[in-house]
Design a protein around this ligand. Structure first.
Ligand code: 5HY
Length: 253
C-alpha cells in the first residue's frame, strides 16, 4: 500500500524524521511518502498556526488526488484539517492524535498525554472530548518544550519529557503515556524502556491502523458529510485549492 504522511508544519527535517519513524514500523510493501504544505508555520503551537496548518493539509491532499494513495496520515497532534481531508479522498485519513487514543485504549484503562507547549494542551483536551476518550484520558500535560526544540534536543529534552511523563503517571494514576507531538515519535521506544509502561506515538499508531483499515478494504464514506466539497466560486490565493479553475469559476468535470 501507498501511504501519504503529511506533516502540517513546513519544517522538512521534521517531515523526514516522522516519515523515517513511519517506515520503521510499516509492514513490508507499505510505501511511505512524506510531504508538507507549500505555505504556513514552521511549527504549530497556537490556534493561529493551526488554521493555516489545516489549509496546508487540504492543499496537500488536494494536490495528491490522482496519485492513488491508499491512506493518508496527518502527522500533527492537533489533527488539523482531518475532516476536510476526508472530504477530498476516499482513502482512510488518520490523525495521529485520534490514532494514538484508539491504540492506547486497547492496552490501558487510563492514559496521560505529554505534549509540547502548555498553551496547546487545550487542543489535545478538545480532541479527547471530540473523539469520546474522556473516560480513558486522565490528563494532558505541557512541558513548554518548543516543537522545533525536539529535533536536536538531545538527552536534556528526553530527560525533561521522561520527568513530565513520570509526574503525569503518578498524578493521574494512569497506566500509559501518549506522546502529544509528531516530533516526539522517535523518542517513543527509549521512553517506553525507561518508564516501563506503554508509550504510544501517534505516527506509528496511525501507520499501523491505516494498514489495518486498508487491509479491511475500508474507505471514507461519500454518502454524507465526507462527500466531496461542492464546486463554487473561490477568489484570491486559495482559489487554486478550491474547486475553482484559474479564473475562479466553478471547475466543470
Ligand atoms: C505537532 N505541533 O505534532 C504539534 C504539537 C503541538 O508542529 N507538530 C507541530 O504542540 O500541538
Amino acid at each position: 500500500m501507498k501511504l501519504l504522511l503529511i506533516n502540517p508544519n513546513t519544517t522538512a527535517s521534521m517531515t523526514h524524521a516522522m516519515a523515517h519513524t513511519a517506515r520503521t514500523v510499516a509492514a513490508p510493501g507499505t510505501v511511505v511518502v512524506g510531504r508538507q504544505p507549500s505555505f504556513g508555520p514552521a511549527s504549530i503551537e497556537s490556534h493561529f498556526d493551526e488554521v493555516f496548518a489545516a489549509a496546508g493539509v487540504a492543499e496537500q491532499v488536494k494536490l495528491a488526488q490522482g496519485e492513488d494513495f491508499d491512506a493518508v496520515v496527518i502527522a500533527c497532534f492537533g489533527d488539523p484539517g482531518l475532516d476536510a481531508a476526508r472530504e477530498l479522498t476516499c482513502a482512510p485519513v488518520l490523525g495521529i492524535a485520534e490514532a494514538a487514543f484508539h491504540a492506547v485504549s486497547f492496552v490501558a484503562t487510563g492514559f496521560s498525554v505529554v505534549t509540547t507547549m502548555r498553551r496547546t494542551c487545550i487542543t489535545a483536551e478538545r480532541l479527547v472530548q471530540r473523539y469520546g476518550f474522556e473516560r480513558v484520558c486522565r490528563g494532558v500535560h505541557g512541558t513548554d518544550i518548543p516543537v522545533l526544540a525536539l529535533e536536536d534536543g538531545g538527552d536534556a529534552v528526553l530527560a525533561q519529557i521522561e520527568a513530565a511523563a513520570r509526574a503525569a503517571l503518578d498524578r493521574d494514576g494512569s497506566g500509559a503515556i501518549v506522546l502529544g507531538c509528531g516530533g516526539m515519535a522517535d523518542l517513543c521506544t527509549v521512553l517506553q524502556q525507561r518508564l516501563g509502561v506503554p508509550v504510544v506515538d501517534g505516527v506509528s499508531a496511525a501507520v499501523k491502523l491505516a494498514e489495518a483499515l486498508v487491509g479491511l478494504g475500508l474507505k471514507t464514506e461519500k454518502r454524507g458529510d465526507y462527500a466531496a466539497p461542492l464546486p463554487k466560486r473561490w477568489t484570491g490565493w486559495a482559489a487554486p485549492l478550491g474547486n475553482a479553475d484559474s479564473q475562479g469559476l466553478p471547475r466543470t468535470e
